[in-house]
Design a binder for this molecule. Structure first.
Ligand SMILES: Cc1ncc(COP(=O)(O)O)c(C=O)c1O
Length: 494
C-alpha cells in the first residue's frame, strides 16, 4: 500500500483528546518512557478512505473461491458452504461462548456436540466419537495412537506394522509413522484397488492394522473390503477407515457394517464446513465399543439431563487439541446434517457421484485417459491421466491446470495420487449445475485441442489471472521466502 501513499492525504482522522482528559492525565507523551517512544515517524500509507476500500476490494477479487466459480479440486474437496450454517455459527449466543466458561453455562453447545457425536455414530456405524481432532490428518494420528495403546494393553507390543495402500493420501503413512509404526506399502492392483491376495502376502504377526480409504483416491470403491478386513482381523490387526471420502457414500454403506474398527471423517469434505486453508477444521474420530475408552479426553457425557466434559479416563490417549475441538466448525457440520436430514444426505452423495461421472463422460479420451477400469463407475471424484495429451503435444498436466485459470475456473488437483502419471483429479461436488459441469468439460477439451496448435500459449498460461506463471521450484525454495516483521529492502525480496 506504500506505493499508493501520498504525503498529507488523510482517510481517517482521530478525534481530538478532550481538554478535560488532558487535565486529568496530563501530557500523555510524558508518561511513556523515552526508551519506548519512536525516534522516526511510523511508516503508514497516507491514503483517502475510498482508496483504502478499493485497494482491499481489489485484493479480494484476486482470490479465487467457491463463491466465485467452479472449484473441482479433487481430494481437497472445495464444497459450497451453505449460508444457513454460516449464519447460525455467527449467532452471538454461540460465537461469544468461551471455553473457560463454567460447564453449567454451556449446556446448550455441549448438547449440540453430544448430539453430533451420536449422528456421526449413526452415519458411520461406530459406537463412540470424539470431535476433538482439528483435521483429517490429526484424526488419523488419533486413530493410529488408539491402535498402538490398545495393542499395548493386549500385550501385543510386537505388532509394529501398519499396512497402507500406495494410493493413500500422504497423511496416512505419515500418521502411522508418527504413532511409532513401520509403514508397509500395499501396491494397488491393475484395477486401482487393494487386492485381498496382496494383503494376504503382507500380513504377519507384526501387523498392527491397516488403513484403507473408501472410496479410494482414484474415486473407486474398494470391492474386496470384506476379504481384506477378514485377513487383517485374523492376523490380530485393527482396520482403520480413512473416511475423508465419506461424501460419496452417505446413507449407502457404513464403515462399521463393513468391519472397520476406527474411522475419521473430514467435515469440510462431507458436511460442507469451510475448508479453512489448513485450519481451523475438524476431523472427528469414531471407534467401535472396545476402543471407546481410548478416545481423547475430554469426552462428553450426559446423565440426569446434564452434560459434562469428562477428563477422568485412564485409558485415553490424552488430549489432542485444546478444549473440545473447533466448535464453530463442528456446529456448521451439525447444521448441515440437520438441514439435509437422512434422506437429504443420501441425495447429496448421489448427486456428487452423478456429477463426477457426468463430467468424466464429457472428457475427450483422446487426451485424458480415465484411470478407472471400464464398466466401473467413479464415485464422487475421478482421476484422468493426461499422458496422451503429453505424448501428442508436450503439454503437461500442470500446464492444463494453469490454462484453466484463464477461463475463470479453478484447476483440478494435479499429480495426485502419485501412482498416476500426469494425473488430474477432479471432484465437481454435488452443488454444481449441469451447465457449469459442461462448461468445465468443454474447457478441458478445448485446452487439449489448443495445445496441438498453440502450445506456447498454453505452456505460458495463465495470461488473464491476477498472477502469471510462478517459478514453482523457486517459490518453494527456503531461501526465497523471507519472513520478517522488519521492513525488508526491495532488493532482498526479488
Ligand atoms: C483421502 C484423504 N485422507 C486424508 C486427508 C487429510 O485430511 P486433512 O487435510 O484434513 O488433514 C485428505 C485431505 O483432504 C484426504 O483426501
Amino acid at each position: 500500500m506504500n506505493d499508493l501513499s501520498h504525503p498529507g492525504r488523510i482517510g481517517y482522522s482521530l478525534p481530538q483528546i478532550p481538554e478535560d482528559l488532558f487535565t486529568v492525565v496530563g501530557d500523555l507523551s510524558k508518561l511513556i518512557p523515552n526508551s519506548m517512544t519512536r525516534s522516526t515517524d511510523l511508516k503508514l500509507p497516507e491514503m483517502s478512505e475510498p482508496e483504502v476500500l478499493r485497494h482491499y476490494v481489489r485484493l479480494s477479487q484476486m482470490n479465487f473461491a467457491i463463491d466465485v466459480g467452479m472449484y473441482p479440486l479433487g481430494s481437497c474437496t472445495m464444497k459450497y458452504n451453505p449460508k444457513v450454517s454460516q449464519r447460525i455459527a455467527r449467532n452471538p449466543n454461540i460465537a461469544n461462548l468461551h471455553p473457560y466458561q463454567d460447564e453449567g453455562t454451556i449446556q446448550g453447545i455441549l448438547s449440540i456436540l453430544y448430539d453430533l457425536e451420536k449422528m456421526l455414530c449413526e452415519i458411520t456405524g461406530m459406537d463412540a466419537f470424539s470431535l476433538q481432532p482439528a483435521a483429517g490428518a490429526q484424526g488419523e494420528y488419533v486413530g493410529t495412537l488408539i491402535i498402538r495403546n490398545y495393542l499395548k494393553d493386549q500385550k501385543l507390543d510386537q505388532k509394529d506394522e501398519v499396512l497402507v495402500p500406495d494410493s493413500a493420501h500422504g497423511t496416512n503413512p505419515a500418521s502411522a509413522a508418527m504413532a511409532g509404526f513401520k509403514v508397509i506399502k500395499i501396491p494397488s492392483s491393475q484395477a486401482g484397488i487393494v487386492s485381498a491376495e496382496t494383503v494376504r502376502g503382507l500380513v504377519s504377526d507384526r501387523t498392527a492394522g491397516m488403513m484403507l480409504t473408501v472410496p479410494n483416491t482414484l474415486g473407486i470403491f474398494e470391492s474386496e473390503i470384506a476379504q481384506v478386513t477378514k485377513i487383517v482381523h485374523e492376523a490380530g490387526g485393527l482396520m482403520y477407515y480413512d473416511g475423508a471420502n465419506m461424501n460419496a457414500l452417505l446413507g449407502r454403506v457404513r464403515p462399521g457394517d463393513m468391519g472397520f474398527d476406527i474411522v475419521h471423517l473430514n467435515v469440510h469434505k462431507t458436511f460442507a464446513t469451510p475448508h479453512g486453508g489448513g485450519g481451523p477444521g475438524a476431523g472427528p474420530v469414531g471407534v467401535i465399543s472396545k476402543l471407546a475408552d481410548y478416545l481423547p479426553i475430554p469426552t462428553i457425557s450426559n446423565s440426569d439431563g446434564r452434560y459434562r466434559l469428562d477428563y477422568d479416563k485412564p485409558r485415553s490417549i490424552g488430549p489432542i487439541k485444546s478444549f473440545y475441538g473447533n466448535t464453530a466448525v463442528l456446529l456448521r457440520a451439525y447444521c448441515y446434517i440437520l438441514s439435509l436430514g437422512g434422506e437429504g444426505l443420501k441425495v447429496a452423495s448421489e448427486q456428487a457421484v452423478l456429477a463426477s461421472n457426468y463430467l468424466l463422460s464429457l472428457l475427450d479420451k483422446e487426451f485424458y485417459n480415465p484411470t478407472i477400469p471400464r464398466g466401473i463407475h467413479a464415485k464422487h471424484e475421478f482421476v484422468v491421466s493426461s499422458s496422451p495429451l503429453k505424448r501428442k503435444s508436450g503439454v503437461l498436466a500442470g500446464d492444463v491446470a494453469k490454462a484453466i485459470l484463464d477461463q475463470g475456473m479453478h484447476a483440478p488437483t494435479t499429480y495426485f495420487p502419485l501412482i498416476v502419471n500426469e494425473g488430474l483429479m477432479i471432484e465437481p461436488t454435488e452443488t454444481e449445475t449441469l451447465e457449469s459441469i459442461e462448461a468445465y468439460g468443454d474447457t478441458l477439451n478445448s485446452i487439449a485441442r489448443n495445445s496441438l496448435v498453440e502450445k506456447d500459449r498454453v505452456i505460458s498460461s495463465p495470461h488473464n489471472a491476477a498472477i502469471g506463471r510462478l517459478d514453482e521450484a523457486k517459490a518453494s525454495h527456503p531461501n526465497t521466502i523471507i519472513l520478517s516483521w522488519k521492513q525488508v529492502k526491495s532488493s532482498q525480496t526479488n
